[in-house]
Design a protein around this ligand. Structure first.
Ligand SMILES: Cc1cc2nc3c(=O)[nH]c(=O)nc-3n(C[C@H](O)[C@H](O)[C@H](O)COP(=O)(O)OP(=O)(O)OC[C@H]3O[C@@H](n4cnc5c(N)ncnc54)[C@H](O)[C@@H]3O)c2cc1C
Length: 537
């Protein structure tokens, strides 16, 4: 039997489910197709202030109370304690060296902490994706989305009047006609295969392999390095990054004590390890731990709660993100690397754009216009490049901690400026603003220029450059971010420990086009406190 719907969405990660639900709220007839079932494991867990801003805007605009409640750790705990999550107060980085324990040199340690929030209540979160994605799919169903799991969609045929999807469910064939199909299958790459969209990976810079799991009984870094000077928040309640010669490790602690951890290893890093991929995930994991004594110590009694897994290459990139009757969500279009936690925020920003494009007030027909889809496509393209350059430059900068700490300031300056501006200065076009400053005159060129400068220091082969080279690079960063540096980054007197400092923000009011008085008056909005959403459109 042939069925019809207006919009078919392939994939029910949080992104597919949330977009499906918004479209249902807007009055669309939506079918959401998932090849697996919920709850299920998913990777990509660490949220950011920009992700939470998008969630709050979505909550407010479409009357989705839970989106607003889940956008801050305190509200999450108060309203959805059953959904597992972790407290994330900021971004923590340590540099480790092979065969050496992490050196506690007090304020001179190779350690960088950047606070993303002033208190636990308004802090970001790590999402236990099994719970969060399940929540979003249940809410989609409650909003009227026709959700079908265990579906194997085998074909999509495009004709001028509709898209025809066919496949199997429970051993029976199905046939669905949709006006538009949205690919939210992530790296599953459903439409990439159906439409033979060419890969764009060849023009990107970042390459890394991944070995990862979730672990019980891991120690905190603070258990091992109790004498390190106090930071702006407890080091471990953060997205913790361990920089190593071969790449880096993420460590995201959930409030129940389970930790999501994974090593990202560059191709030269894999070669250095000398463990063939065929040796398997456990052997690669063990070899990495054995090289870094402090990391080995925090994992000494840890047990994986699911098998350690290995993926030889995690990057993908396509050359188109939208066309006639089809759209890709960001994670179906491109993925670079978890460094700087860009995935959730970028996905939510794209959901905002698509949702706005479906709002009937914006056009006379019930589907996004060609212009809207072309704009979406063009923006994802420059944004994917921007993320790639930001991350590739960070890998380059890992050659020396001073270079890394300086480059990271570019990321933090761009995102903090965007966050503060979006919270304090009314901006109705925020959803269409380029992610990570992509396409913006001041921020846009910075990651690419940083990559170029870093490569001239490292030679692309990990050279650390001279002390002068590193000082000049840090000075360039400091000068370049000045027009966006509303939070006092790149300040040597901070010793790489950056709190949320409202006095600095007030002093720099002019960078946001505000008077001092306006700034002071609007500060409560920074915590999302003065702006409780009115539910219902
Ligand atoms: C190692 C790693 C770490 C990451 N860490 C972070 C982080 O800390 N912070 C962050 O912001 N982002 C992170 N990301 C990115 C993050 O994972 C993605 O941005 C996020 O998962 C996107 O969600 P999604 O719903 O679009 O897709 P996914 O979560 O990929 O969901 C896709 C869904 O589609 C389904 N599907 C696939 N193929 C089909 C098909 N053919 N038919 C039907 N259904 C299908 C899948 O079963 C799945 O349910 C990380 C990514 C990786 C690889």
């Amino acid at each position: 039997m042939t069925e019809r719907c207006e919009v078919a969405i392939i994939g029910s990660g949080f992104a597919g489910s949330l977009l499906a639900r918004i479209l249902a709220v807007l009055g669309y007839d939506v079918v959401l197709l998932e090849r697996g079932t919920h709850p299920r494991f998913a990777i990509g867990e660490s949220s950011t202030p920009l992700a939470n801003l998008s969630l709050e805007r979505i909550g407010r605009r479409y009357g989705l109370t839970d989106c607003y409640q889940l956008a801050a750790h305190g509200r999450w705990l108060a309203h959805y304690p059953q959904l597992r999550r972790g407290l994330k107060r900021g971004f923590t980085f340590y540099r480790h060296h092979p065969g050496e324990s992490f050196a506690d040199r007090g304020l001179e340690s190779e350690r960088l902490l950047v606070a993303a929030s002033p208190t636990d209540a308004v802090a970001d979160t790590h999402w236990l994706r099994a719970d969060v994605d399940h929540h979003f799919v249940r809410e989609a169903v409650a909003a009227g989305v026709d959700y079908r799991d265990r579906v194997d969609v085998t074909a999509a045929e495009f004709s001028p009047g509709h898209v025809s999807l066919s496949g199997q469910r429970n051993g029976e064939g199905f046939h669905l006609l949709a006006d538009l199909v949205i690919d939210a299958s992530g790296p599953g790459g459903f439409l990439a295969r159906q439409l033979a969209i060419p890969s764009g990976l060849g023009s990107t810079h970042t390459r890394s392999a991944l070995v990862f799991s979730h672990f019980a009984d891991m120690l905190l870094m603070r258990d091992v390095l109790a004498d390190l000077p106090e930071g702006p928040y407890p080091d471990d309640w953060a997205a913790v990054h361990h920089l190593i010669d071969e790449g880096w490790m993420y460590s995201l602690r959930f409030d129940d004590g389970v930790t999501s951890a994974g090593f990202l290893v560059t191709p030269p890093g894999m070669a250095t390890l000398g463990v063939p991929e065929s040796a398997g995930a456990d052997a690669i994991w063990r070899t990495l731990l054995d090289r870094y004594p402090t990391i080995a110590t925090i994992f000494a009694d840890a047990t994986p709660v699911m098998p350690v897994a290995f993926r030889p290459a995690i990057q993908h990139r396509l050359t188109r993100a939208a066309g006639e009757r089809w759209v890709l969500l960001p994670h179906a279009y491109a993925f670079v690397d978890p460094l700087f936690s860009t995935g959730i925020a970028w996905s939510l920003r794209a959901i905002e754009r698509l949702a706005l494009s479906f709002e009937l007030e914006s056009h006379s027909r019930r589907m996004p216009t060609d212009d809207q889809l072309a704009r979406y496509d063009a923006l994802l393209h420059v944004e994917a490049d921007q993320i790639d350059q930001m991350v590739a430059a960070a890998y380059e900068a890992m050659a020396h901690f001073d270079l890394f700490a300086a480059h990271a300031m570019i990321y933090f300056a761009i995102v903090s400026f965007t966050e503060v501006r979006q919270r304090l200065v009314r901006d109705d076009s925020a959803a269409w603003g380029g992610f990570l400053g992509a396409g913006e005159p001041v921020s846009g060129p910075l990651p690419g220029e940083s990559l170029r400068r870093l490569r001239s220091i490292t030679g692309g082969r990990g050279a650390t450059g001279s002390a002068d080279d590193r000082r000049r690079y840090a000075e360039w960063v400091s000068g370049s971010i000045a027009p966006r540096n509303v939070v006092g980054l790149a300040d040597p007197t901070r010793n790489n420990l950056y709190p949320v400092d409202l006095d600095v923000l007030i002093d720099r009011h002019e960078l946001l086009g505000l008077s001092r008085e306006q700034m002071v008056e609007r500060l409560p909005a920074l915590r999302g406190m003065s702006d409780v959403p009115s539910i219902g459109r």
